[in-house]
Design a protein around this ligand. Structure first.
Ligand code: UDP
Ligand code: MN
Length: 264
C-alpha cells in the first residue's frame, strides 16, 4: 500500500483561483498558471474569465488550467471614485467576489493574474479564511493579490450586500475585502501570511526568498520589454523570470504519466 500524505488526499477539493477579464490579463494568468505547475502543485488550478475573452486566449488557458469558468463582469458601484484614483479598470475586480461561488472546492487560494510563483506554495492550504499578506503601502490592510478563502454562497451574498451597503473605500476589491474581513489586522496572527507570499516586485529586500512575486501597479510585465542583460534590481530579475515563464514549454501536470503529453 502506498501511503499518501494527508495534504495529498485533500488536494481534489482545493484549488488555486485567478481572474482574467481581458487579453492582457489572460497573458498574466497563463504565466501564473504555468509557474504553479512548474513548482509541482498538487491542487487544481482554476481561472475565471469574462465573455469578452477571445476563443484563442481561452484555448491557451484551457491547456494550463484544470477549469476555465466564465463569469459576469461586475462593475464596481463606485465609478466616480475609481476614476478619481486614475484606475477605472479596477471596477472589474469586484468580479473577484465570484470566486466565493466555486463551492465544489472546500478551500481555495486566490492569486492575482499579475503574480508569478517561484516556489511550491501548497502549504498555503493549511491556512484559514481569510489569510493574506500585509499591503506594502498600508500594512494595516492586507493586499488582496494573494488570499486564502473558503467558497460559500452565503459568504458571497454577504459580500455583495456589504458592497451595496457600504461601498468600498478604494472602489476595488481590496478596500471591500478589508472592510468585510475587518478584524484581520488584530485578531489572529496565523492569518497574516509572511510577506514572501505576496512580495511586491518593486521592493529591494529579500527578493531571493520570494515565493510569490506580485507585479502590482499600473505597469505590468506584459507592458515591458524582455531584456536579459538587465539584472541590476530584483525587479529586472523578476521581469526576466516572468518572460522566461511566458516563453517556456508547458510544464508537466503533476501526477501525469511521462510520454502522455501532447507533442504539439
Ligand atoms: N483583473 C482583470 N481585468 C482587469 C483588471 C484586473 O481580470 O481589467 C484581475 C486580474 O486578476 C488582476 C486583478 O484583477 O491581477 C487585480 O488587478 P491588478 O492586479 O491590476 O491590481 P493591482 O494588484 O495592481 O492593485
Ligand atoms: Mn495585482
Amino acid at each position: 500500500i502506498q501511503i499518501l500524505p494527508l495534504s495529498f488526499l485533500s488536494a481534489a477539493d482545493q484549488a488555486f483561483v485567478t481572474l482574467a477579464t481581458t487579453e492582457d490579463y489572460c497573458m498574466g494568468a497563463l504565466v501564473m498558471g504555468k509557474s504553479l505547475r512548474r513548482h509541482g502543485t498538487t491542487r487544481k488550478i482554476v481561472v475565471l474569465i469574462s465573455s469578452s475573452v477571445s476563443p484563442e486566449a481561452r484555448h491557451s488557458l484551457e491547456r494550463v488550467f484544470d477549469e476555465v469558468v466564465q463569469v459576469d463582469v461586475m462593475d464596481s458601484m463606485d465609478r466616480t471614485h475609481l476614476s478619481w484614483l486614475g484606475r477605472p479598470e479596477l471596477g472589474v475586480t469586484l468580479t473577484k467576489l465570484q470566486c466565493w461561488m466555486l463551492i465544489k472546492y472546500k478551500k481555495c487560494v486566490f492569486l492575482d493574474a499579475d503574480t508569478l510563483v517561484l516556489q511550491n506554495v501548497d502549504d498555503l492550504f493549511e491556512r484559514e479564511e481569510l489569510s493574506a499578506a500585509p499591503d506594502a503601502g498600508w500594512p494595516d490592510c492586507f493586499n488582496s493579490g494573494v488570499f486564502v478563502f473558503r467558497p460559500s454562497l452565503h459568504t458571497h451574498s454577504r459580500l455583495l450586500a456589504h458592497a451595496a451597503h457600504y461601498g468600498c473605500f478604494d472602489g476595488g476589491d481590496q478596500g471591500l475585502l478589508n472592510s468585510f474581513f475587518k478584524d484581520w489586522a488584530v485578531k489572529d496572527i496565523s492569518k497574516h501570511l509572511p510577506f514572501v507570499y505576496n512580495l511586491s516586485s518593486i521592493q529591494s529586500k529579500f527578493g531571493h526568498q520570494a515565493k510569490i512575486v506580485h507585479f502590482l501597479g499600473a505597469v505590468k510585465p506584459w507592458h515591458l520589454r524582455y531584456d536579459q542583460s538587465n539584472k541590476d534590481s530584483y525587479l529586472d530579475q523578476f521581469l526576466n523570470m516572468w518572460w522566461a515563464e511566458y516563453r517556456s514549454q508547458m510544464p508537466p501536470i503533476s501526477g501525469e504519466v511521462d510520454g502522455n503529453q501532447d507533442s504539439g
